[in-house]
Design a protein around this ligand. Structure first.
Ligand SMILES: Nc1ncnc2c1ncn2[C@@H]1O[C@H](COP(=O)(O)OP(=O)(O)OP(=O)(O)O)[C@@H](O)[C@H]1O
Ligand SMILES: [Mg+2]
Length: 358
């Protein structure tokens, strides 16, 4: 690996308590605002009631026992609050959180170095944990289970196994693809939670909470309109709130109601179901180029000229959730509702489609 690449990997390891670091100065304005909207306590975290209840009991119990929290895994679509919850746990446990990600831990040396620097009760947060390489993952097995790592130095006759004891740390993993985690890794998490899409009411609360922090004047209907178009995702609610705020400030008097929110979001290309340009390109390709499917994800990605993983992680989960597409062994298919939403008639001349829609 080149020296540059190695440094990059290191830079991705951020200690959360050292707030002003050089990564922060490079943060775009948008990201800074989004960070300021991140809830810091369980009581500020909207929705995901059963997850919050269970994890907060585990946190309270380990705090009372002066014990470390079990390794915890959070999975679910992007922007639903996995990273946020990891930071809340660290805050509530009064623990230091070290933030890294699967792709940043390229070599076993990266992970061994990181693990050996952890102190008792520290939290190691690994984002995109499904992207760890197998060799790095294997070091985590003994680290998680027995708080030690064995590594070999030298080679041939000079090879020596060094047994390195570690402090009692907590590993928190986050992933949008829990199915890609190997069974041995998955089984080493004592706590595992799935975060699901938020309801409109919960997202309205997220919008109202963020509006208060950003000092934006919005009424309940305005918040509800933004929530309706947020694809069940708080990160999207926050982003849309900022777009609507800009629009109302420039075109109106800065006060947001339902009409202003809906005008602003139409201009942004967000339709009444919250689908954006990429969602519509995906659906139109499947509907027009593949007559509604079935189409393989690789073929779709190539036709749209978009990264396959983005389609699988960001676009498809919500379209599946609202019943616009289904996954079959032959590939993706559109449903009648998707045709209807885009104002198209299902192609009845197509035998597969005909059977499918009848
Ligand atoms: N429960 C919540 N209540 C209020 N705001 C939330 C909640 N969950 C997430 N948010 C907001 O959404 C933003 C995105 O959340 P977060 O970064 O935790 O998502 P994520 O699940 O880690 O996404 P990714 O998979 O892309 O890493 C946060 O900055 C926060 O402002
Ligand atoms: Mg995250």
């Amino acid at each position: 690996m080149s020296k540059n690449k190695k440094n990059n990997a290191r830079e991705k390891i951020i200690e959360s308590k050292n707030v002003p670091n050089k990564n922060d100065s490079a943060l775009k304005e948008d990201e800074k605002i989004l960070q300021s909207l991140r809830p810091r306590k369980f009581s500020d975290y909207v929705g995901q009631k059963s997850v919050v209840e269970s994890i907060s009991i585990a946190v309270k119990a380990s705090k009372e026992r002066k014990d470390t929290l079990d390794h915890s895994l959070f999975h679910g679509p992007p922007g639903l609050g996995k990273t946020t919850i990891a930071h809340i746990i660290a805050h509530e446990m009064d623990a230091k959180l070290f933030h890294t990600s699967g792709p940043a831990l390229e070599r076993p040396a990266d992970v061994v170095g990181l693990l050996s620097n952890l102190k008792n009760s520290d939290i190691l947060f690994i984002d995109e944990i499904h992207r760890l390489s197998t060799s790095v993952e294997e070091y985590l097995y003994s680290a998680m289970e027995d708080f030690r790592v064995d590594f070999v130095t030298g080679s041939g006759a000079f090879a020596k196994t060094i047994n390195l004891p570690l402090s009692q740390f907590t590993l928190i993993g986050s992933t949008t693809r829990v199915g890609m985690l190997s069974a041995p890794l998955r089984e080493r998490f004592g706590l595992s939670y799935h975060l699901d899409y938020y309801s409109i009411e919960e997202l309205s609360d997220v919008v109202l909470r963020s509006a208060k922090i950003l000092d934006v004047n919005i009424n309940e209907e305005g918040a509800n309109e933004i929530a309706n178009r947020s694809r069940g995702t708080p990160r999207i609610s926050n982003r849309l709130l900022k777009r609507v705020r800009d629009y109302s400030q420039v075109k109106h008097d800065g006060k947001i109601n339902r009409n202003i929110a809906s005008e602003a979001l139409e201009i942004e290309g967000i339709d009444n179901l919250g689908l954006d340009r990429l969602d519509r390109v995906y659906l139109e390709t499947l509907l027009k180029n593949y007559k509604g499917g079935p189409a393989g994800i690789q073929a779709l990605a190539a036709t749209i000229n978009e990264d396959q993983q983005t389609l699988e992680d960001v676009v498809e989960p919500y379209l599946l959730k609202i019943g616009f597409i289904i996954r079959t062994p032959q590939g993706r298919k559109c449903t009648k509702e998707a045709f209807k939403h885009l104002g198209m008639t299902p192609p009845v001349d197509n035998l597969i489609q005909k059977n499918f829609f009848e």
